[in-house]
Design a protein around this ligand. Structure first.
Ligand code: RBF
Length: 159
């Protein structure tokens, strides 16, 4: 299991770039809102902990994870945003909706990142049940919001 091998919530905080002047866009899905709020809190606190200014962190909500891509595009196309972090929780149901949503978001935000040449981070938690989602939102598998923010910071230092 990827999480067991490398839990990025324990990311190496050495050699991270200076992000004091960087501007971040958080796109947060409202489905499973209690969990996505926790992911968002983890991402926000991680950005601030590493020097981002609160006024440079812009939080936007979208109805569900499927809309993360367009939300990310709205932000990425703005010259005022250096990195976008997408946060959502998709829980498997009786039908294959989760597959369609997850693949669409993965492809969609990849395209946005490549189109605008900016980090657009995939912070989509995809689980079989709600408990597994909580386990990844401040539970035994860390907080994927923290990891998403760490990934954004790392990518801003890419050279
Ligand atoms: N959005 C989520 O963020 N997480 C979900 O688990 C989720 N489950 C859905 C299940 C079904 C059957 C449908 C139709 C939508 C679901 N959505 C979910 C909402 C989806 O991401 C999107 O907001 C809506 O389909 C409107 O485009």
């Amino acid at each position: 299991m990827a999480t067991a091998l490398k839990n990025l919530s324990d990311y190496n905080s050495e050699n991270l770039p200076d992000i004091s002047g960087k501007r971040f866009g958080l796109v947060v899905a409202e489905w499973n809102k209690a969990i996505t709020d926790t992911l968002c809190k983890g991402a926000y606190e991680t950005l601030v902990k590493h020097g981002a200014k609160p006024e440079n962190i812009h939080r936007n909500t979208v109805p569900g994870s499927f809309e993360l891509t367009l939300g990310a595009q709205f932000l990425a196309q703005s010259a005022d945003i250096d990195a976008v972090i997408c946060l959502g929780v998709v829980i498997k149901g009786e039908t294959k909706h989760d597959d369609y949503i997850c693949h669409a978001v993965a492809n969609g935000i990849t395209n946005v990142a490549l189109k605008y040449n900016k980090p657009v981070i995939f912070g989509l938690v995809t689980t079989n049940d709600e408990q597994q989602a909580w386990d990844r939102a401040g539970g035994k598998h860390g907080n994927k919001g923290v990891e998403a923010a760490a990934a954004a910071i790392q990518m801003l230092g890419f050279n």
